[in-house]
Design a protein around this ligand. Structure first.
Ligand code: COA
Length: 260
């Protein structure tokens, strides 16, 4: 499939989706959000894709935010619609995807860019990365889940400070806050993501999908995560992967998961 604003490449079980608007520091306009939705959907449906990596093109930015030029003259209703549609199409969509998503944060991840990275299942940053939610400096608040996911990841007080000051933190501070799992050089960023993806791929993709659902349930209002864990745990017993995983262990060999 051909896209105007993103690239999607498959290799060795990994689909790498790259936001490709370097002249605009990969800012997320509505068309890019739509294309990302399609690319994530295609990768999730493709059984040979075991892990998805999301990154930005160029050496300067992951994503420098939602495209400010697009919403500068919006009214109240249009603002709400922009936020609701974006959350549904991309941010909540990625968080709930059954295929693991790693964000490779390769530079500025601001506003919608940090929100995109936070919607991924976990994040790895290059040492030039700078992260922040600067929306209040524009007279608006984060609208793609930032007020919810940032406190989940770094704690309420740190999220309050980051959002109120509109400031940026560097990669090492993000590591210290638990916002990213690892920091490496820009050259090593994708190789490190691929190395971790390789470790994920050795395991049952069906069990991993169940784990994503159970972990996410911890952060959903009105849902008892322990109940979801019980349900997903039980579901695993009905899968071919479970039969293969337990049989392989008892036969003292490496499991070869069918992913069913
Ligand atoms: N929306 C639209 N365009 C953006 C953008 C955004 N969020 N972020 C960067 N761009 C565009 C710039 O307008 C500029 O376009 P131009 O060359 O046509 O003028 C281009 O990307 C390069 O950005 P520039 O500002 O010249 O780069 P810089 O190195 O001087 O500064 C940043 C980098 C990230 C500090 C700066 O671009 C910035 O503050 N961006 C906005 C961040 C933000 O507030 N995001 C939250 C949005 S809700």
């Amino acid at each position: 499939m051909n896209y105007d604003n993103i690239l999607s490449q498959f290799q060795n079980g990994i689909t790498t989706i790259t936001i490709n608007r370097p002249n605009k520091l990969n800012a997320l306009n509505i068309e890019t959000i739509q294309e990302l939705h399609e690319a994530f959907n295609m990768a999730d449906l493709d059984k040979s894709t075991k892990v998805i990596i999301i990154t930005g093109s160029g050496e300067k930015a992951f994503v420098a935010g939602a495209d400010i030029s697009e919403f500068a003259d919006y009214d109240v209703e249009e603002g709400q619609e922009l936020s609701a549609e974006g959350q549904e199409l991309l941010f909540n969509y990625i968080e709930n995807l059954s295929t693991p998503v790693i964000a490779a944060v390769n530079g500025f991840a601001l506003g919608g860019g940090l929100e995109l990275a936070m919607a991924a299942h976990f994040r790895i940053a290059s040492d030039n990365a700078k992260m922040g939610l600067p929306e209040v400096s524009l007279g608006v608040i984060p609208g793609y889940g930032g007020t919810q996911r940032l406190p989940q990841l770094v704690g309420k007080g740190r999220a309050m400070e980051m959002i109120m000051t509109a400031g940026m933190i560097d990669a090492n501070q993000a590591l210290n806050y638990g916002l990213v799992n690892h920091v490496t050089t820009l050259e090593e960023l994708i190789p490190l993501c691929e190395k971790i993806a390789g470790k994920i791929m050795r395991n049952s993709s069906v069990a991993i999908s169940s784990a994503i659902k159970a972990i996410n349930a911890n952060f959903k209002d009105g849902i008892n995560g322990f109940d979801i864990e019980i349900e997903e745990f039980g579901n695993c017993f009905g899968t071919e992967d479970f039969t293969e995983g337990t049989t392989a262990f008892l036969e003292k060999r490496k499991a070869n998961f069918p992913g069913e």
